[in-house]
Design a protein around this ligand. Structure first.
Ligand SMILES: [Cu+2]
Length: 105
């Protein structure tokens, strides 16, 4: 595992200028048959990590197919990357009444 913070600190400010902004990771919990937060705004290139806190399995599956965690059992996580701008509605493929939305700018 490379520690980017350590590299940046060692190399000084010029290193920071050479790197594009680092993508952020956003956490979404799946708990009580809901996505929390259900609405999330991210930057293009950011990642979203979904963690299933429920006893039963869930997914986070974009309606347009742009991302899909696949089946997450209890305690499992999956990270997806949001590669384009737009508004992405998603559901749990196992429980389609569960809905969430990610907006990427
Ligand atoms: Cu579900």
């Amino acid at each position: 595992m490379i520690d980017l913070k350590s590299i940046g600190a060692a190399a000084g400010i010029s290193m920071l200028l050479a790197f594009p902004a680092l993508a952020a990771d956003h956490a979404v919990a799946i708990q009580g048959m809901t996505f929390a937060p259900a609405n999330l705004t991210v930057a293009v290139g950011d990642t979203v990590t979904f963690t299933n806190m429920d006893g039963g399995p869930h997914t986070a599956t974009a309606n347009d197919g742009s991302f899909d965690t696949g089946r997450l059992n209890r305690g499992e996580s999956a990270t997806v990357t949001i590669n384009s701008a737009g508004t992405f509605d998603y559901i749990c493929a196992i429980h389609p009444a569960m809905k969430g939305q990610i907006t990427a700018n």
